[in-house]
Design a binder for this molecule. Sequence first.
Ligand SMILES: Cc1cc2nc3c(=O)[nH]c(=O)nc-3n(C[C@H](O)[C@H](O)[C@H](O)COP(=O)(O)O)c2cc1C
Length: 374
Amino acid sequence: MTEALFSPLKLGAITLSHRVVMAPLTRMRAAQPGNVPGELNVEYYRQRASQGGLIITEGTQISPSGQGMPATPGIHSEAQIAGWKAVTKAIHEKGGFVFLQLWHVGRISHSSLLNGRLPVAPSAIPAPGNAFTATFDRAPFETPRALETHEIASIVEDYARAALSAQRAGFDGVEIHGANGYLLEQFLQRRSNQRTDAYGGSIENRSRLVLEVAHAVSAVFGADRVGIRLSPFGVANGSGEDDPLPLYTYLIERLAGLGLAYLHLIEPRASGAGQAEVDHQNVPFSSELFRPYWPNVLIAAGNYQPGTAAAAIDEARADAVAFGRLFIANPDLPERARRGLGLNPYNRATFYGGGAEGYVDYPTCEASVQTEPG
Ligand SMILES: Cc1cc2nc3c(=O)[nH]c(=O)nc-3n(C[C@H](O)[C@H](O)[C@H](O)COP(=O)(O)O)c2cc1C
């Protein structure tokens, strides 16, 4: 039933031996001080690595101003690069591949995380809802500071520098986080971008920063080791484009021209980005809508089970499927999917922050079998 998930897939410069991808998952457990990946994080990723399988890391800030939550890891200090080196080594030792998700949160931050400075964004428009503060409390989003035109080039440089650091840390590639209401999506969408310079207004202008970042990161790593994640129908973090098709068709066609290894699309059915049990039925698959514009590998994500994922591949709606919440609760998800075994339920209360509980203590199927009575 799930055979379609277990055939090899050439993904740019690497070849996967199966198509059960681990989605990027923020867990807010980086070691302190310094937001450095530590031993606990190494263990978490080691548990989820599989022979020939792809892991996409949690969103990782490219610069101090790109941080939006406490205890999320960065890739802008030497200590962080060393911490990530231990993670990539552990994954490679199990025969797996790992891409780092490059993250700048833009307005989805709080001054308590930014040395008292306001978050930056395309326009001075606050996101609705509450930010995480440095002390894991919640406070209303502040009105961000609109970036000056001359500052934008340095953001692009931060992405390129982060890609270089990822290369030094042993990553197989990087994924540009262009989804879920963070900085790049804030630039893409009219609701958060009301600029009047070359980065606002028309679809071409609103797409400019994403394309510059994709170009700069590809120049560092090679386009065949770069992917991008988009959520054309997303509503996370105050995002939401009224008419996504023209914007995203243009953007995806341009990205295709750069020859990136993969496009990672979040399905409209999962528009809450895993924050709520959103499940919109009777909406089109974004993988189906945008497939005609994308010649390379397409990864779909959002509310998939192994069975529905295999169907998506069989029906050529996607080449691989990324799993988020199921991978949190099932460190050996590919093995369970291959053998058609049951899955551990996830515990939402331990998604963000904390220690080993709900992080490295979910049992593998071997352990589950051993603990069953009789
Ligand atoms: C705890 C949690 C953290 C997440 N962190 C990220 C992240 O860092 N970057 C990202 O692109 N998506 C993130 N997401 C979204 C997931 O990658 C995925 O798209 C979403 O959970 C829907 O897939 P699922 O139904 O398989 O869980 C997160 C989701 C959850 C539940």
